[in-house]
Design a protein around this ligand. Structure first.
Ligand code: F0G
Length: 392
């Protein structure tokens, strides 16, 4: 076949697969018929990647999905430029999942598995995002959800989500780590399904983010940086990359895991009794999968580092102002760690491809932006008054 014809066919395949994969509605695009004919519209992660996930057969039979996953990988040239340029930077924007965080990837798997074996109630300890996600998937499955959260330390958007989706929300006068101990104890005693990332199906579901990145880039990136809290996500990414790159005989990425300095047990080498950080999502002192996180860093020839709250908030602002991507503080932590390493010269990224995982949407924690903000200017409802303030 002629090269030109081949190129056109390839282009058409690419365009079609974008529509077929798209989770957004096709109404009004004129492509409804095309999708109807192929009956291949996006149906969520278990449907798309179930064959690559180690899930019991009853999971896919009872798949509970909100069409999670399929999140964009956004090129961030402005931030890359700010960090010195000469490398490619992509944001895996996980805040665009149905409940606003990456947790939905693992939750579709964990809740589907629980439903498939007849469980009626799920429970989790959470800094907020797991709670909202568990509550939403349980609601869709017709199950009850109970969420334990550290008192007064959960951002408004997460708490509101958990309540809206109908969870039984219980505050613990203690930390996330205390709450996690309690949900482990209660699920050992009663037939309630634990949906924290200790649940192996959460890890299986979250591997799909690594698959998606490799599919878009047609290889793994050179570096992947991400925030680390309870360490389920770093464990999942590493497992996902090892599986995908193993199948394709491709090179593995190096992993940069980043903790908040006030909650950095994996950097300090010991648990933190009273973790404290503005990034409340990762305010965790005893990560359940800490060993696996350290293993991922070591095996990938990467590392786990810590950054200050100030660095986290600066990066949150930079990403919003330079790229139009607003993420919650914890979600800016991976990128803040990358900036620290690049600026200090410890990490050479020239000519490399770097993916920063931004785990949750900025709307999850609006207070962090508005609490110190002066109220916006008020002007009388007259054109001249507006002209006076906006024109020089
Ligand atoms: N980013 C966000 C926005 C999170 O909510 C979390 C964890 C992490 C990063 C860290 O991921 O725990 O797998 O290392 N949130 C959990 C929760 C603890 O309860 O929502 P991890």
């Amino acid at each position: 076949m002629e090269r030109g014809v081949q190129a056109i066919i390839q282009m058409q395949i690419n365009i079609m697969s974008r529509f077929i994969d798209s989770k957004y509605t096709l109404a009004g695009t004129g492509y409804q018929n095309l999708c109807y004919t192929f009956d291949m519209t996006y149906q969520g992660l278990i449907h798309k990647y179930g064959h690559l996930l180690d899930l019991p057969p009853h999971t896919s039979a009872s798949a509970v999905s909100l069409l999670e996953g399929n999140t964009p990988l956004i090129k961030a040239d402005n931030v890359a430029h700010q960090l010195g340029g000469r490398f490619e930077l992509f944001i895996k924007y996980e805040g665009l999942n149905p409940t606003g965080s990456f947790k939905d990837r693992g939750m579709t798997a964990a809740v589907s598995e629980a439903l498939g074996r007849g469980t009626t109630t799920v429970i989790c300890a959470s800094t907020g995002n797991t709670a909202a996600s568990a509550a939403a998937y349980a609601a869709r499955a017709g199950m009850k959800s109970i969420v334990l959260i550290p008192q007064g330390k959960v951002a408004a958007g997460k708490l509101a989500g958990a309540i809206a989706y109908g969870a039984r929300v219980i505050q613990i006068d203690g930390s996330f780590d205390d709450a996690l101990t309690m949900v482990i104890q209660i699920t050992n005693k009663h037939p309630i399904c634990l949906v924290n990332s200790i649940n192996p199906y959460r890890i299986e579901g979250q591997k799909t983010a690594a698959f998606e990145i490799c599919e878009v880039l047609e290889s793994a990136p050179d570096w992947l940086c991400l925030p680390v809290g309870n360490a389920g996500n770093i464990t999942s990414y590493w497992a996902g990359f090892k599986q995908y790159c193993g199948l394709k005989s491709a090179d593995l990425p190096q992993i940069l895991g980043v903790q908040a300095a006030g909650a950095a047990p994996l950097v300090l080498g010991h648990p933190v009794e009273n973790p404290e950080t503005v990034a409340t999502a990762i305010r965790i002192g005893k990560p359940a999968r800490g060993e696996q996180a350290l293993q991922a860093a070591e095996e990938s020839k990467g590392k786990i580092i810590a950054v200050s709250d100030e660095q986290i908030l600066d990066m949150q602002k930079m990403l919003a102002k330079l790229e139009g991507i607003w993420v919650e503080p914890a979600s800016a932590t991976g990128l803040a760690g990358l900036a620290q390493e690049v600026e200090s010269g410890r990490l050479k990224v020239e000519g490399k491809r770097v993916v920063a995982v931004c785990t949750g949407h900025g709307l999850k924690d609006p207070d962090v932006i508005t609490k110190d903000m002066p109220p916006p200017l008020v002007v009388p409802p007259r054109l001249e008054a507006l002209e006076e303030v906006i024109l020089e």
